[in-house]
Design a binder for this molecule. Structure first.
Ligand SMILES: NC(=O)c1ccc[n+]([C@@H]2O[C@H](COP(=O)([O-])OP(=O)(O)OC[C@H]3O[C@@H](n4cnc5c(N)ncnc54)[C@H](O)[C@@H]3O)[C@@H](O)[C@H]2O)c1
Length: 270
């Protein structure tokens, strides 16, 4: 594939986007973004492990995805903040699928209502554990597995606009979530640089405000305010994220590593 200068030698974009035969893991797959990505990867032909602490819900989505796309899909219970859970997850997926090719490390949580400068230390540690420790554990364990197997692979981490800027808001500003998500951006770059020599690519996506489930309990007026905060003046929806993740995980992105793709309706332009 090197030194292609003739149009006739260019590979098919459709074929390079295909996930046929690939084995995928998606964490936070009972949530909106995770299950959308799981569906996107399955639509492109991948077998998918849907990972969450809400296992019943993940199992429901796995069944739906398997039927709809004709791939293998199963739910795995794993708390990404626990090292033993992540070790067990890798083992389970390898046992069921034979290997791992692509991973969307996506589990996360916000601390709406208490994540400001007065956040108590226990809540800080909980949010950091879910949003940053868990991301590190999944990245490290997957990379170590891929290195041991001497095969390449790709990971996409879910960061956030909050990793780039502090969200505009009328009230107090979150401090822990943005700190954790900024950490995810740099974790992505560090791991990408460190594991590149093993044929592993690691990138991130940074969603803006998208209707996914994470904002459950936030009043409608506040959601309208969030919609108005971006250039597109609307919230994102679940048809607008899975494809971006799939692209970065696919062979269309073989020259992309350590990058972040904003999917934010232009939020970070301002
Ligand atoms: N929706 C948005 O507007 C938005 C914006 C920016 C970033 N994000 C990020 O996108 C990711 C997905 O969020 P979503 O919007 O789909 O929210 P969601 O709440 O619908 O999904 C998050 C999922 O993560 C799971 N989870 C939480 N802690 C876990 C743990 N310790 N182990 C395993 N699973 C765990 C939850 O059970 C849930 O199913 C998160 O990382 C979030 O921070 C979302």
């Amino acid at each position: 594939m090197d030194n292609i200068v003739e149009l006739s030698q260019l590979a098919s974009v459709k074929e390079r986007f295909s996930m046929a035969g690939k084995k995928a893991i998606v964490t936070g797959a009972a949530g909106g973004i995770g299950r959308s990505t799981a569906a996107a990867l399955a639509d492109l032909g991948a077998d998918v492990a849907l990972v969450d602490i809400r296992t019943d819900l993940a199992a429901e989505y796995a069944e739906h995805i398997s039927k709809k796309y004709g791939v293998q899909a199963f739910a795995a219970s794993c708390d990404v903040t626990k090292e033993e859970d992540v070790d067990a997850l890798i083992e389970t997926v390898v046992q069921k699928f034979g290997t791992i090719d692509v991973v969307h490390s996506n589990a996360g949580a916000i601390g709406a209502g208490y994540d400001d400068g007065d956040i108590d230390f226990a809540s800080w540690k909980r949010l950091m554990a879910i949003n940053l420790d868990g991301m590190f554990l999944v990245n490290q364990k997957v990379c170590q597995y891929l290195r041991k197997e001497k095969k390449g692979g790709a990971i996409v981490n879910t960061a956030s606009i909050s990793g780039h800027v502090i969200n505009r808001t009328e009230g107090r500003h979150s401090v822990c979530y943005p700190a954790a998500k900024a950490g995810v951006l740099h974790l992505t770059k560090g791991m990408a640089a460190d594991f590149c020599k093993y044929g592993i690519r690691i990138n991130s996506v940074s969603p803006g405000n998208m209707v996914s489930g994470i904002h459950a309990g936030i009043p409608e007026e506040a959601m309208d305010g969030m919609a108005g905060d971006c250039v597109m003046k609307r919230l994102g929806n679940m048809n607008e994220i899975g494809g971006a993740v799939a692209f970065l995980l696919s062979d269309l992105a073989t020259y992309i590593t350590g990058a972040d793709l904003l999917v934010d309706g232009g939020y970070c332009i301002w």
